[in-house]
Design a protein around this ligand. Structure first.
Ligand code: PMP
Length: 428
């Protein structure tokens, strides 16, 4: 039998950090990642046969649990017809009809292959449509690895782009303005100064890449109003929240209509998929109906569309989101009760099936508060849980996800592990 360690040793020789996406390497929590051999329902099994209750869900897509029989059957049926055509295929039309029906703000849509592609295309479109160059993003929000997004504010310089990844040209970084999340006054001040130059404002309507931080009441409505007033496109990056916090995404949950939206994760059902869409007159600027270029050899791939459509079918079951919401509440309430019992300062945030744990005695509504939490305690807790067969996201700054396959027994088992893991972690 091969071991996790032996595989990681081989992988490290051949791939940067031994992985194909950085957070998987366990760098921030320490230790070595496990290698998954198979997954089913709420569980992953590693190559050594150890089972984990999975709260990562492939970073969001697996909202009906792993290896769902109906998704698998849809993929098997599609594979029987061929893997890629390079021509239009019927499933793309059904996918576009489904997305536009479930999200009224999306009148037209373009399929791509990842969330990164979706956000890169959305800001190109915002720039092409408005004829402006600057974009606004929020500190602590992640929109994939496009150059324009790998920028965050230097200390105190919220309006001045500073590249945080080498390789992003300063000239491009300067066009990305960054703001603190959940601070409407800061956004108003920036727009008062630079509004006429800002093509688009992109935001995770529930931040899920600095742990889980919901928008303050009225915040998204305030941004909507600012963007409308200044002729800036409001772009909701719903790669994580889309079909996760509600069937109609965060835009339905909070009742805000963005100009453009980006999607990924759940609409691919576990296959590599992304999408962007929005108002018809804006989307018609995309090639070939308009001049803003964007293309993809594998975009609208028939197998990926089949997986995504099966997933979108399943999440439309009546009561689906109410049940995920209930179970996530049982989990986060249970965790908080254990923390209180053990005298460990801990806060949780939660929006439907998305949650975050913070080791702090404060409520967490900002990037600064999220980054001020006790990450050393989180890391010890993470490893204690892992040892006990519960896989949380391997970073204190990632949201957790529940699926419909996490039943009350699974959550009960998680809470029993958490009591022991937390008791151990607080003593170190
Ligand atoms: N936007 C958001 C909000 C995300 O959470 C992510 C990925 N976690 C992306 C964009 C990028 O998506 P992908 O990894 O599919 O490129």
């Amino acid at each position: 039998m091969t071991s996790n360690h032996a595989l990681f040793e081989r992988a490290r020789q051949l791939m940067p950090g031994g992985v194909n996406s950085p957070v998987r390497a366990f760098k921030s929590v320490g230790g070595e990642p496990f290698f998954t051999a198979r997954a089913d329902g709420p569980y992953l099994w590693d190559v050594e046969g150890k089972r984990y209750i999975d709260y990562v869900g492939s970073w969001g897509p697996m909202i009906v649990g792993h290896n769902h029989p109906l998704v698998r059957q849809a993929v098997a049926d599609a594979i029987g017809q061929g893997l890629s055509f390079g021509t239009p295929c019927p499933a793309e039309v059904t996918m576009a009809e489904t997305i536009t029906r479930l999200l009224p703000s999306v009148e037209m849509v373009r399929m791509v292959n990842s969330g990164t592609e979706a956000t890169m295309a959305a800001i190109r479109l915002a720039r092409g449509y408005t004829g402006r160059n600057k974009i606004v993003k929020f500190e602590g929000c992640y929109h994939g690895h496009g150059d324009a997004f790998l920028v965050k504010a230097g200390s105190g310089a919220l309006t001045f782009g500073v590249p945080t990844s080498p390789g992003v040209p300063a000239g491009l970084a300067d066009l990305t303005l960054t703001l603190p999340y959940n601070d409407l006054a800061a956004a108003e001040a920036l727009f008062a100064e630079q509004g006429p130059d800002i093509a688009g404002l992109i935001i995770e309507p529930v931040a899920g890449n600095m742990n889980c931080i919901p928008p303050r009441p009225g915040y998204l409505a305030g941004l909507r109003e600012l963007c409308t007033r200044h002729g800036t496109l409001l772009i909701f990056d719903e790669v994580m929240t889309g079909f996760r916090v509600a069937l109609g995404g965060a835009q339905a949950l909070y009742g805000i209509t963005p100009d453009l939206s980006t999607f990924g994760k759940i609409i691919g059902g576990g296959m590599p998929v992304g999408a962007y869409g929005g108002r018809r007159e804006i989307m018609q600027q995309i090639a070939p109906s308009g001049p803003v270029y964007q293309a993809g050899t594998l975009s609208g791939n028939p197998v990926a569309m089949a997986a995504g459509l099966a997933m979108l079918e399943l999440i439309q079951t009546p009561g689906f989101y109410a049940e995920i919401d209930r179970k996530t509440r049982v989990l986060t309430d249970g965790l908080r009760a254990i923390a209180v019992e053990l005298g460990v300062p801990m806060t949780t945030n939660r929006v439907t099936g998305m949650f975050g744990l913070f080791f702090t005695d404060q409520t967490v509504e900002t990037f600064a508060q999220a980054t001020a939490c006790d990450t050393a305690l989180f890391n010890r807790f993470f490893h204690g849980m892992l040892q006990r067969g519960v896989y949380l996201a391997p970073s204190a700054f990632e949201a957790g996800f529940l699926s419909s396959a996490h039943n009350d027994d699974v959550i009960g088992e998680t809470l029993r592990a958490a009591r022991d893991a937390l008791r151990e972690a607080r003593q170190d």
